[in-house]
Design a protein around this ligand. Structure first.
Ligand code: COA
Length: 171
C-alpha cells in the first residue's frame, strides 16, 4: 500500500507558503519521533516498533516536516488498516513546542485521506478519558465515543474511550 503522505492541509505562513508539509516517515526521522514520544506517549514505542511500522504495506506513517528543512518531524501520525474495511489510528503526537499550530489537524486529515483512498470505512482509536486536547481533536473530525474500557491504561490507571468514525467512503 502506498504511504503517500502529501495530503491534508498543513499550517501556512502569512504569505501562503507552507510552514510544514506532510511527508512519509523515514528512518532519519526516528530520533525526533522518539523524542516526541518520550514527552507525550506512555509507554513510548521502541525504535524497532517504529521502524517496523514504517515498512508495513498496510500502514500510513507520516510526519509534519518543516518546509525550511530544519525539523524532520514536528509531529507524526500512524494509521494502520486492520481489516478489509477498518483501520486503527495507533498514534498521533506533536512536539510540545509546536502544539496549537494546526499540525495535528494536518496529520489527522492526511491519515483519514489515506483511509478513504484505501477502502477503509471505519476508523477506531483509543484515548485516555482525561486527554482533552486529543478528544477534542477527534471530535472535530467526526469521531465519537462508542464505549469505555475500564482501567485500560496504566501508569496512571485510567479508562480508555474507544472512539470511531464510520462511513468514510460515503463522506
Ligand atoms: C493532541 C495533540 C496531537 C494535538 O496537537 P496540536 O498540533 O496541538 O493540535 P492542533 O493545533 O492541530 O489543533 C487541532 C484541534 O485539536 C484540539 N486541541 C488541540 N490542543 C488542544 C487543547 N490544548 N485543548 C483543547 N483542544 C485542543 C482542538 O480541537 C483543535 O482544533 P481548534 O484549533 O479548531 O480548536 C497534541 O496535544 C499532542 O501531541 N498531545 C500528546 C500526545 C497525545 O495525547 N496523542 C493522542 C493519543 S490518543
Amino acid at each position: 500500500m502506498q504511504n503517500d503522505g502529501n495530503t491534508g492541509s498543513a499550517p501556512k505562513h502569512a504569505d501562503g507558503s507552507f510552514v510544514y508539509y506532510i511527508a512519509p516517515a523515514e528512518e532519519s526521522c526516528i530520533t525526533q519521533i522518539m523524542e516526541i514520544e518520550q514527552e507525550s506517549i506512555s509507554p513510548p514505542w521502541t525504535h524497532g516498533a517504529l521502524l517496523g511500522e514504517m515498512y508495513r504495506d498496510d500502514s500510513f506513517f507520516a510526519v509534519a516536516r518543516s518546509a525550511a528543512g530544519t525539523t524532520p518531524a514536528a509531529g507524526f501520525v500512524i494509521l494502520r488498516k486492520t481489516s478489509e474495511d477498518e483501520g486503527e489510528l495507533l498514534q498521533i503526537a506533536v512536539s510540545r513546542v509546536e502544539r496549537r499550530r494546526g499540525i495535528a489537524n494536518a496529520l489527522l486529515l492526511a491519515a483519514l485521506a489515506y483511509a478513504e483512498k484505501n477502502a477503509v470505512k471505519t476508523v477506531f482509536l483509543e484515548v485516555r478519558k482525561s486527554n482533552v486536547p486529543a478528544v477534542s481533536l477527534y471530535k472535530k473530525y467526526g469521531l465519537s465515543t462508542v464505549r469505555t474500557r475500564k482501567d485500560y491504561y496504566s501508569d496512571p490507571t485510567e479508562d480508555a474511550l474507544v472512539m470511531r468514525i464510520q462511513d468514510l467512503q460515503e463522506k
